[in-house]
Design a protein around this ligand. Structure first.
Ligand code: C5P
Length: 303
């Protein structure tokens, strides 16, 4: 039996997110700017003779066949005709239902990890196809770093210029369902094909406060309607982040986590202290570039 693999499964924030239109497959076309951060869950992939088993220490994470990491393992087994099994142990640190992509990240990390554990060496296109079937955010987590997401968010384009900085995550402790936020948005959706705030930001090479000001999250109003408890905290959180010097402060994805971007670690730590003084759970993370995220995987493939 191969030795267990211990992996980090990182979180993301959406620096901006524009919803363009509803699609026939029940999803929405969007433009988003993804950014991985070094906040992570710990994953252990432990070989077993057969069957996929998940263990997780978080009460809101299912450990049956609906778990996204379990589905990733099953889909890879079927695709590659593997009959070995695996035990997946998830130690959760990424807030659940927080718009930080924890479940999608666990699934992508499981795909990459099992490809290595089972010595499959699958082509990139196969991993991407499997990831797309698991969820709209899963393909992004095969790459990480600063990247543009188009289509359902699953057409991923890494940016030449990678963002570096500190990110404060404010976790209001509210679970928000992504599907419900998107369905609220349908009622109010006006085509935004010509909106170009994300393209503007990318063309500015991620520089300057005015570029950040152009970023929007079209899901925010629907998320605040969906979770009134979040609305109570949203204004306060944003005020604190701005007051403490955030270059950009926004809801991540469909929420409920807010984030602030800071140039320096000291200002970010002050913002965490200020949020905690207001009774909001907060932490500091660092952005992860494409190279930092992909490095360990690229090196293991070259071996
Ligand atoms: O793909 P994932 O399961 O993470 O998405 C959760 C839900 O969010 C989908 O079932 C869909 O209702 C909604 N969604 C969407 N358009 C996207 C991404 C997600 O409508 N581009």
């Amino acid at each position: 039996m191969p030795r267990p693999l211990r992996l980090r499964s990182y979180a993301k924030v959406n620096l901006g997110l524009e919803v363009l239109a509803a699609r026939e497959d029940g999803y929405h076309d969007l433009r988003t700017l993804f950014q991985t951060i070094d906040l992570h869950d710990d994953l252990v992939l432990r070989p077993r003779p057969r069957g996929v088993v998940v263990r997780c220490d978080h009460p809101l994470v299912p450990t049956d066949g609906t778990n996204l990491a379990a589905r990733a393992a099953e889909s890879l087994r079927a695709w590659a005709g593997v009959d070995q099994g695996v035990e997946i142990v998830v130690n959760k640190r990424i807030p659940v239902g927080g718009g930080l992509g924890g479940g999608s990240s666990n699934a992508a990390t499981t795909l990459l990890g099992l490809d290595r554990l089972w010595k499959l060496g699958l082509p990139w296109g196969d991993l991407h196809r499997l990831a797309c079937r698991l969820g709209a955010d899963v393909p992004y987590f095969l790459l990480g770093g600063t990247a543009l997401g188009l289509g359902r968010g699953d057409e991923v384009y890494p940016l030449r210029r990678q963002l570096r900085g500190h990110v404060v995550i404010a976790d209001p402790g509210v679970f928000v369902s992504t599907a419900r936020v998107f369905s609220r948005i349908d009622a109010r959706l006006t085509p935004r094909m010509n909106s170009n705030s994300i393209f503007y930001f990318v063309s500015r090479e991620l520089e300057g406060a005015s570029a950040y000001r152009s970023l929007v999250n079209d899901l925010e109003e629907a998320a605040l309607e969906e979770a009134p408890a979040l609305r109570e905290q949203a204004g306060r959180i944003r005020d604190v982040l701005r007051r403490e010097g955030a270059r950009h402060a926004a809801l991540s994805g469909s929420g409920s986590s807010f984030f602030g971007l800071f140039g320096g670690a000291r200002a970010a730590r002050r913002a965490v202290a200020a949020l905690e003084a207001e009774g909001v759970c907060a932490l500091v993370a660092r952005t992860l570039t494409l190279d930092e995220y992909r490095g360990p995987w690229a090196r293991s493939r070259a071996r």
